[in-house]
Design a protein around this ligand. Structure first.
Ligand SMILES: Nc1ncnc2c1ncn2[C@@H]1O[C@H](COP(=O)(O)OP(=O)(O)OP(=O)(O)O)[C@@H](O)[C@H]1O
Ligand SMILES: [Mg+2]
Length: 478
C-alpha cells in the first residue's frame, strides 16, 4: 500500500485530507510541523509528500530542496493559501511535483496524488523526461537570468501597472504579456494583441481606436477598434516602435486621460484597460531620431521587463527542450528524448532566433527523424544549414567583398560562359542576393516583416525575391 506524508499546521485540513486519501486507498501519516515530516522522510517513509508552505518551525519551501536532495525520487506536492504566480513558480523551481492553491477540491488532490505516485514509479526509468515538473508552468526556465523576470511578473500580476517588454526576437515577449494577463486580475476579461509591424501604417489608428461611419471614404459603418474590444482587459501593443507618430499622440492621451476618440468621432470614450507594450528595438534610439515620443516612452516604460537572449540562459536549454518535446508529443508528433550529447551540442550554439529557433529545431527533429533518441549527430545535421557553430566571423580584411567580387568576375571573364548570356548584371545579383536574403532571414528567425524592414525592401518585393530564388523559410507555427 502506498504511503502519503502530510504536513500542515491546520488540524482541520489534516483531517479532511487524511480522510480523502484513506478512502482512496492510501496509508497516511500526518504531521503538524516540518521537523516531524523531515524525520519521516529521512527514515525512508512515504511515497509522496503533501506539504503546506507556512509551518510553525520551517517553511515548506526551505524543506523542499532538502527533501529533493535526500530523496530525489520522492514527489512533493506543495499547498499554499498564498495564491500568487510567484508561489507557483517558486514551488516549481524548487522541484515540487505540483502546486495546489488553497482552497482546493479534494477530488483534485486525490487525482494529483495518484498521478504523482504513478509518475515517480515510471519516472525513475525515464530520467530525461522532466515533463511532470514543467508541464503546467507558463514560462519555462530556472536560470538566474530569469529569476528577476519572474519576480517582476509576480508583482505585476497583483498590481495593474503598464509594462514594457523588451528583448531580441523570439525571447518570449508575447508569451510574457500573456502570462501577465492570464495570472492577473483581468484574466476573465479579453486579451487583445495588436502587432504594429503587421498593420499598414495608415490603418493603425482606425485599427486601434475604431472609426465612425463616414470618417473616411469607405467607412460605411461604425467599426469598433482594438481598444474597445479589450475593454476591461489587457491590450498588448506589439512592436510599439513601429507605431506612427499620429497614433502615438492618441495613445498618449489614453494613458494620460483614460479616454480616446474614434477616428472621425467627436465624443470621447472612457476606457479601462491595461497596456502592455513590447519591442525588439531600442526606443531611446528612436527617440533620438525623432521617431518615438519621449513622453509616451515614459508613460509606457513604467515597469520595464528586459528578456534575456537564450545565449545568456543556456542552463534553461534542457528544460525548454523537454517542454517542447512534451508539446510535440501532445500534438501527436511522437515521443522522443534528447540524449546528453545532443543537449550539450545545443549549448554550443548562439541562438540568434532565441527560444523560437530552439522550438522550431526541436519540432523539426521530432517530425523528421524516426529514432526515439535524438543524438548529437542528428543535431549537427540539422543545424548545419541553420548556422555555423563557433565559426569565426569572416575577417573582413582577409577577404573583402570587393576582393571576392573581383575573383568571381575574373572567373567569368576567364571561362566566358556567363558572359555569353549578355546579362552579367542580373547574374551577378543572382549570385549575391540569395545569401543576403538568407542571412537576414536567419537573423530574424524567418520573420519576413522584420527582414524586409532591415533590408529596406517592400514586403511584397521580398516575397517575390524569395520565390524567385527558391529560398525556403523554415518557420514552425505554434
Ligand atoms: N520561457 C519560455 N518557456 C516556454 N516557451 C517559451 C518561452 N519563451 C518563449 N517561448 C516560446 O517561444 C516562441 C517565441 O516566443 P514569443 O513569440 O513570445 O517571442 P517574441 O519575443 O514575441 O518574439 P518576436 O520578437 O519575434 O515577436 C513561442 O512559441 C513561445 O511560446
Ligand atoms: Mg512577438
Amino acid at each position: 500500500m502506498d504511503e502519503i506524508l502530510i504536513a500542515d499546521d491546520d488540524a482541520a485540513i489534516r483531517t479532511v485530507i487524511t480522510h480523502a486519501l484513506t478512502r482512496a486507498g492510501y496509508r497516511v501519516r500526518a504531521a503538524s510541523n516540518a521537523s516531524t515530516l523531515w524525520s519521516w522522510v529521512e527514515n525512508g517513509f512515504g511515497d509522496l509528500v503533501i506539504s503546506d508552505v507556512v509551518m510553525p518551525d520551517e517553511s515548506g519551501f526551505d524543506l523542499l530542496p532538502r527533501i529533493k536532495k535526500r530523496r530525489p525520487e520522492l514527489p512533493v506536492i506543495i499547498m499554499s493559501a498564498q495564491n500568487t504566480v510567484l508561489t507557483a513558480i517558486t514551488a516549481a523551481e524548487k522541484g515540487a511535483y505540483e502546486y495546489l492553491a488553497k482552497p482546493f477540491d479534494l477530488n483534485e488532490l486525490v487525482a494529483i496524488s495518484q498521478r504523482a505516485i504513478q509518475s515517480s514509479k515510471t519516472g525513475a526509468k525515464k530520467t530525461n523526461n522532466m515533463a511532470s515538473q514543467n508541464d503546467d508552468l507558463p514560462l519555462i526556465g530556472r536560470s538566474r537570468a530569469m529569476q528577476d523576470i519572474y519576480r517582476i511578473i509576480a508583482r505585476l500580476t497583483q498590481i495593474d501597472l503598464t509594462a514594457m517588454i523588451t528583448g531580441e526576437s523570439g525571447t518570449g515577449k508575447e508569451l510574457v504579456a500573456r502570462v501577465l494577463h492570464d495570472f492577473g486580475k483581468r484574466k476573465n476579461r479579453p486579451f487583445v494583441a495588436v502587432n504594429m509591424a503587421a498593420i499598414p501604417k495608415d490603418l493603425i489608428e482606425s485599427e486601434l481606436f475604431g472609426y465612425e461611419k463616414g470618417a473616411f471614404t469607405g467607412a460605411n459603418s461604425r467599426n469598433s477598434g482594438r481598444f474597445e474590444q479589450a475593454e476591461g482587459g489587457t491590450l498588448f501593443l506589439d512592436e510599439i516602435g513601429d507605431m506612427p507618430m499620429s497614433a502615438q499622440t492618441r495613445l498618449l492621451r489614453v494613458l494620460q486621460e483614460g479616454e480616446f476618440n474614434m477616428v472621425g468621432g467627436v465624443k470621447p470614450i472612457k476606457t479601462n484597460i491595461r497596456i502592455v507594450a513590447a519591442t525588439h528595438q531600442d526606443l531611446t534610439q528612436l527617440i533620438r531620431l525623432g521617431q518615438f515620443r519621449e513622453d509616451l516612452y515614459y508613460r509606457l516604460n513604467v515597469v520595464p521587463i528586459n528578456l534575456p537572449p537564450l545565449r545568456a540562459r543556456k542552463d534553461d536549454i534542457a528544460d525548454l527542450v523537454n517542454h517542447f518535446l512534451v508539446q510535440a508529443e501532445k500534438q501527436g508528433l511522437g515521443n522522443k528524448i534528447f540524449n546528453a550529447g545532443a543537449l550539450s551540442k545545443l549549448r554550443e550554439l548562439d541562438w540568434p532566433g532565441n527560444i523560437r529557433q530552439l522550438e522550431n529545431l526541436v519540432k523539426r527533429v521530432v517530425a523528421l527523424y524516426p529514432q526515439d533518441e535524438v543524438t548529437e549527430d542528428i543535431i549537427e545535421a540539422e543545424i548545419a544549414h541553420e548556422q555555423p557553430i563557433h565559426e569565426p566571423r569572416g575577417d573582413a580584411s582577409a577577404l573583402s567583398l570587393d576582393k571576392s567580387t573581383r575573383m568571381w568576375l575574373e572567373n567569368c571573364f576567364d571561362s566566358q560562359e556567363i558572359l555569353e548570356n549578355d546579362d552579367l548584371y542580373r547574374q551577378f545579383l543572382a549570385e549575391i542576393e540569395p545569401s543576403l536574403l538568407r542571412y537576414v532571414l536567419e537573423q530574424t528567425a524567418g520573420n519576413q516583416i522584420r527582414a524586409s524592414k532591415i533590408l529596406g525592401l517592400n514586403r511584397n518585393t521580398l516575397r517575390k525575391k524569395l520565390k524567385e530564388y527558391d529560398i525556403e523559410i523554415i518557420k514552425v507555427s505554434v
